[in-house]
Ligand binder design. Structure first.
Ligand SMILES: NC(=O)c1ccc[n+]([C@@H]2O[C@H](COP(=O)([O-])OP(=O)(O)OC[C@H]3O[C@@H](n4cnc5c(N)ncnc54)[C@H](O)[C@@H]3O)[C@@H](O)[C@H]2O)c1
Length: 278
């Protein structure tokens, strides 16, 4: 049976759409017939993505927006409604990375990560969900991460924010189940984007290891975008695109004590058996 498709002509907003996964989500939405509003804290990058969509013949607009600023996200909704009408679909995608040992991560980096990754998604849901609910139709894709399910060492702020995004998505999914609004939490493992370049607290060694893992992932940003939108259209709460993420998450639920105390061994085992990012 064919997977349910997103209706054509949806008015869609993507945050953090100036590059990486956000750009691929915007391109994939356009391929699926959406009219797309691309936003990013970097307005030029958002405009570049919108121009890419327009070159394919799609309707696209761009606005600068810092998702950590509630008023700015409210303005984004007004700007989006002025050009595409009521917003049917939002991808709360903007995100940043902070790494390092817990005791070495400064509070400013914690705040930055929480402001963008968690408050950004809260703002996006708070601003766009009520209209969708009132109209009895809508789609919310919250870009979390497998980090929000797995809590790997050396990335505490990132894990906390992504676990928060998963929890918010679970709550909204349940609250909105009968309202016609679909809510999905996207939880990929690593794939290549620019997230490490803008990240804080990542040592040269960590960057090198993660870059290698990102580059070798069998699923890359365009694949993740496709799988995410398929899951959203199908009303799936969790989309965990990569096999390594699914295997680790299953193991954590089956044997949480073992998982917690032997994380490095678990990771090596899964990596050897499945490869990373497959
Ligand atoms: N790349 C991965 O391996 C990976 C894995 C799991 C989840 N994710 C998630 O995917 C999402 C997209 O990240 P990416 O990997 O494409 O990284 P990226 O750095 O390539 O793209 C992130 C985009 O967000 C924008 N941005 C940053 N702060 C912002 C703010 N305050 N307001 C608005 N826009 C802002 C950046 O300018 C950038 O264009 C993030 O939520 C990230 O946590 C990425």
């Amino acid at each position: 049976m064919a997977a349910p498709a997103l209706p054509r002509g949806l008015a869609a907003v993507v945050t953090g759409g100036g590059g990486g996964l956000g750009r691929e989500l915007a391109l994939e939405l356009a391929r699926r017939g959406a009219r797309v509003v691309v936003s990013d804290i970097d307005g030029d990058a958002a405009a570049e993505t919108a121009a890419m969509l327009q070159r394919t013949g799609a309707e696209a607009h761009s606005f600068q927006c810092d998702v950590s600023d509630h008023v700015a996200v409210q303005q984004l909704r007004e700007q989006a409604e002025a050009v595409v009408g009521p917003v049917d679909l939002v991808c709360n995608n903007a995100g940043v990375a902070v790494g390092g040992k817990f005791e070495e991560i400064g509070i400013d980096d914690w705040r930055w990560c929480v402001d963008v990754n968690l408050w950004g998604v809260v703002h996006g849901c708070h601003v766009f969900a009520p209209g969708m609910k009132a109209r009895g139709r809508g789609y919310i894709l919250n870009v979390a991460s497998a980090a929000g399910l797995l809590s790997a060492p050396l990335m505490s702020p990132y894990n906390v924010t992504k676990a928060g995004v998963v929890a918010l998505s679970e709550t909204l999914h349940a609250e909105m189940a009968k309202s016609g609004v679909r809510v999905t939490a996207l939880c990929p493992t690593f794939f290549k984007t620019n997230i490490l370049e803008s990240g804080h607290g990542l040592s040269a060694k960590t960057r090198a290891v993660l870059t290698k893992r990102m580059q070798s992932s069998a699923l890359q940003a365009p694949d993740v975008a496709r799988v995410a939108l398929d899951g959203l259209a199908a009303g799936e709460l969790y989309v965990v695109p990569m096999r390594d993420g699914r295997a680790m998450w299953r193991l954590k639920r089956l044997a949480p004590g073992f998982y917690g105390s032997r994380f490095a061994d678990v990771m090596e085992l899964v990596g050897k058996r499945l490869g990373f990012g497959k």
